[in-house]
Design a protein. Sequence first.
Length: 95
Amino acid sequence: MIINIPEPNSFKNVANILIDSAWSNLMKLLRTHKEYKDVYEIDKSIVDSESLDSFFENRRVALGSSYAIVQQAVEFYIKSRISEVSPCEYIFYQT
């Protein structure tokens, strides 16, 4: 007997939350870059152009974690599609 069959909507909800989280992380990073760039344009002695150019290179971990979160979200979307098929229907189609 199959018990605790997951609901497709629960997987979709988690996937949506993960996408929102990744998007928020990316937007935070872009806002920081814009502020960093604005400071550079106002006073070039505070921020040098080399550090401005290497901004994203120095934040590879943050970008990588956002990418990993998006991959997790895709997995949850796939799981939601899979869970839309009832196990009984699957067994029926196999015979």
